[in-house]
Design a protein around this ligand. Structure first.
Ligand SMILES: NC(=O)c1ccc[n+]([C@@H]2O[C@H](COP(=O)([O-])OP(=O)(O)OC[C@H]3O[C@@H](n4cnc5c(N)ncnc54)[C@H](O)[C@@H]3O)[C@@H](O)[C@H]2O)c1
Length: 292
């Protein structure tokens, strides 16, 4: 059994981490958040310590008689670098939400620190654990064709989103990094390196472009705009991936993927920090192309 601590425990995605830690039969010793709305801890780990200051979590780590193995990072995107660094400096392996960091200098610094400390840094990349996408990857690995891929991801977000850190592109990285990173990561993971790229549209509400990868010609569209999604469905989310015109069914178990992701991370011997950074690097270069 591994002992965890967590930062950002009060937020939305932390529930999936608490559940994954529990379902993989591990334990949570301590949690930190600046917000104290954390009653959910009692459902998962009633004996967990809770801190509202990072310095108090640090004292807990120093004094703990139990070995602490992992830090789970569930804070906003712009704080990942700070919190991963905190964990590495305290000799913990890290499991961090996507996007693992926001820029290359952060990725390089953390890679160096993790090597110096002999600790591992993992990004949550839950689509890589999705059974339908694992099956698709197998097929593509055995194919020599250039496939036609169409991705549409529309997910409605209300007023709150744009007033929170998520709507602040300096903090979240904007729609492509905050919402699209899963899909860019999945594309590179399955279809290979980026050979050509083109941005068609980019705003705070939507983005659209085309990519040529080793094994795919991709057209992609992301949108948070009610107008886009309401043209297709009455639901709040519409996800579609078509490969050579055939729809890949992958929406059904979207919410259980964190546990699968934890299982694979707990069995991994190597960090996936640099691998996870490939999609972030692509997104950053697409954003730059559009600005020019
Ligand atoms: N993998 C996924 O499908 C998925 C889904 C949603 C969010 N995320 C990622 O998870 C992370 C958290 O997103 P969320 O939706 O839970 O956001 P959220 O705003 O609901 O939660 C963030 C939490 O961090 C806390 N926080 C903010 N500043 C802090 C600080 N300085 N120190 C400690 N805690 C602080 C907040 O109080 C809040 O509880 C982000 O990186 C996001 O991109 C991933």
């Amino acid at each position: 059994m591994k002992n965890f601590i967590i930062v950002g425990v009060s937020g939305f995605v932390a529930d999936r981490h608490l559940s994954a830690i529990k379902k993989t039969n591990n334990n949570l010793l301590a949690a930190f958040d600046i917000n104290e709305n954390v009653g959910k801890l009692d459902t998962y780990f009633p004996d967990c310590k809770f801190y509202k200051k990072l310095s108090n979590l640090k004292s807990f780590i120093k004094k703990s008689k139990k070995k602490i193995h992992y830090l789970s990072v569930c804070t906003p995107n712009h704080l990942h670098f700070k919190h991963i660094k905190f964990g590495l400096k305290n000799n913990l392996d890290i499991i961090c939400e996507k996007p693992i960091v926001i820029n290359k200098s952060q990725s390089n610094k953390l890679d160096n620190l993790s090597k110096k400390k002999n600790k591992k840094v993992f990004s949550i990349l839950q689509l890589r654990n999705h059974p339908s996408l694992l099956e698709l990857k197998k097929k593509i690995d055995n194919s020599k064709k250039i496939h036609k891929v169409e991705i549409v991801y529309y997910t409605y977000r209300g007023d709150w989103y744009f007033k929170s850190w998520k709507g602040n592109s300096r903090k979240s990285g904007g729609i492509m990094l905050n919402i699209g990173v899963h899909f860019f990561d999945m594309l590179i993971w399955i279809f290979g390196n980026v050979l050509k790229k083109k941005m068609i549209k980019l705003s705070s509400l939507s983005a659209q472009g085309e990519l040529l990868l080793d094994k795919a010609n991709v057209s992609w569209k992301l949108s948070l705009d009610k107008k886009d999604i309401s043209k297709i469905t009455k639901n709040k989310v519409y996800r579609s991936i078509k490969v050579d015109g055939k729809e890949i069914e992958f929406s059904k178990i979207f919410n259980d993927l964190h546990t699968l992701n934890y299982k694979s991370i707990l069995n991994s011997k190597e960090s996936n920090l640099l691998d996870a950074f490939k999609a972030i690097n692509l997104i950053n270069s697409l954003k730059k192309d559009y600005e020019v």
